[in-house]
Design a protein around this ligand. Structure first.
Ligand code: UD1
Ligand code: CA
Length: 451
């Protein structure tokens, strides 16, 4: 079955109290819009159209950033949800199959729920996603009779009896694409808000002899983000869902409630994630890798059998091959570490390539930035970088070479050579004792002068 998805993202989001368009606020390290697009993508849709308005260009750019297949259309001015859907009509003219309308500010809808709506569409011309609200507030109310949906009444237009109904509209609607577009074209704005309500299509469909029905979902799924408090609530809901999914997929989380996932985090089976680990966007952790406590990962790839942390930071472009060991207080950025590399302690590797089984001593720093440009460091296979080596890039240390502890390496080191770049040690026998005696006598003379 062919499906097209229309994602409404034109609203202003005044209650966020922000310069940023609401749908670009982040949840799980991704804009809210990307969550809606990810859910849409799960249906393998023929078309995805995002309707933008407030912050139009930035929102459209974020949509394209998600995927080039997403089309965008501008709604200006914003005259209501039916008006928003109608803007997609020229793009979807003649498209076959089903259409689903999603809101970009409702990021927790599950793909399974949309699939249930597509199934229900075999029985009804229009299918609405509803939920029983603990506090129905200003949600639209679903007026039903048995299995049939009679109408959706917006709060502003509802009678006291209708306001007492707790079955509410999530906003997600499914109908045949051509039907949906012809219905929204008929919607008027004779209502309390003088807006073109998408919800009016239920009654319009019924007037055409089509039936309307409701698919129910959990209230948690329909949580809409209108305020920062709701954004935090949605974040918490996303995280508890992601933790449960990781555990279900065979990942060990020693303290699940302290691990934070991004929308696109991939963690393989039998990986072990310690407490207080934060995943930024673009992280893959393969099967059997271990991320110990208090690590911060972003835009990186950790292969099988690798161990990271505690207290390590992997930044974008960090590529750890199999059995790499990255220890405490190590930061890695835009660097490839080949199989079996060990970086145990207190090190910064940036813009680097480290050959297999090289050993990087404590306190090593790739001095990759000259204040204007970034430069690369290349370390060969089985090289041994002594503790506290400063590698002033661009620089290459050959295979099997060694640098002396405390060296500042400014010139390339050939394979198998030893490079020492530090001042020679000077040793003066007995000087320490004589120095301390002298200092003590100075201190005593000062004390006497003061008394
Ligand atoms: C809407 C529903 C209501 C439902 C509620 C669920 C209508 C008329 N009402 O109300 O029944 O209970 O959602 O959250 O549909 N948008 C546009 N262009 C516009 C107006 C809105 O793109 O001109 C987008 C918004 O960015 C948002 C979504 O549509 O993503 C919903 O709009 P909003 O104004 O929040 O609708 P509600 O009043 O909450
Ligand atoms: Ca809303």
């Amino acid at each position: 079955m062919q499906v097209s998805v229309i994602v409404l993202a034109a609203g202003q989001g005044t209650r966020m109290n922000s310069d940023l368009p609401k749908v670009l606020h982040r949840m799980a390290a991704a804009p809210l819009l990307h969550h809606a697009l990810a859910t849409a993508q799960g249906l393998d849709p023929a078309r995805i159209v995002t309707v933008t308005g407030h912050g139009g260009e930035a929102v459209a750019a974020a949509a394209r950033d998600w995927s080039e297949v997403v089309e965008t259309v501008v709604q200006d001015p914003q005259l209501g949800t039916a008006h928003a859907v109608a803007q997609a009509a020229p793009l979807l003219d003649g498209v076959e199959g089903e259409a689903i309308v999603l809101y970009a500010d409702t990021p927790l809808i599950r793909e399974e729920t949309l699939r249930a709506m597509l199934v229900a569409r075999k029985r009804h011309g229009v299918v609405v996603l509803g939920f029983h609200a603990r506090e129905p507030g200003r949600y639209g109310r679903l007026l039903t009779q048995g299995d049939t949906l009679l109408a959706i009444r917006e709060f502003k237009d509802a009678s006291p009896e209708e306001r007492a109904i707790t079955l509410c509209n999530s906003g997600v609607i499914c109908a045949e694409a051509a039907t949906l577009l012809s219905l929204v074209a008929e919607v008027g704005n004779a209502n309390a808000a003088q807006e073109y309500y998408l919800t009016d299509i239920v009654e319009l469909a019924r007037a055409r002899g089509l039936s309307a029905g409701v698919v129910l979902c959990d209230e948690a799924e329909t949580l809409g983000v209108n305020t920062r408090a709701q954004l935090a609530e949605a974040e918490a809901a996303f995280q508890s869902r992601a933790r449960a999914a990781a555990l279900e997929n065979g990942v060990t989380l020693t303290a699940p409630e302290t691990v934070f996932f991004a929308l696109d985090t991939h963690v393989g089976r039998d990986a072990v994630i310690g407490p207080n680990v934060l995943f930024g966007p673009g992280v893959t952790v393969e099967s059997g890798a271990e991320i110990k406590g208090f690590c911060h990962l972003e835009g990186c790839h950790v292969s099988r059998g690798a161990t990271v942390g505690p207290f390590a930071r992997l930044r974008p472009g960090a590529e750890l091959a199999e059995d790499v060991h990255v220890g405490n207080f190590v930061e890695i950025k835009n660097a490839i570490l080949d199989e079996g590399v060990k970086v145990g302690h207190l090190t910064y590797l940036g813009d680097a390539h480290v050959g297999e089984h090289a050993n990087i001593g404590a306190g090593t720093v790739t001095c990759n930035y000259d204040g204007v440009m970034k430069h690369r460091t290349v370390i060969g296979k089985r090289a041994f970088i002594g503790s506290d080596t400063m590698l002033v890039a661009p620089v290459t240390v050959g295979d099997g070479a060694l640098t002396g502890s405390g060296s500042v390496i400014t010139e390339d080191v050939p394979p198998e050579a030893v490079a020492i770049g530090r001042a020679r040690q000077v040793t003066k026998p007995g000087l320490a004792t004589r120095m301390f005696e002298k200092l003590k006598s100075i201190k005593a003379a000062k004390a006497k002068g003061q008394s």
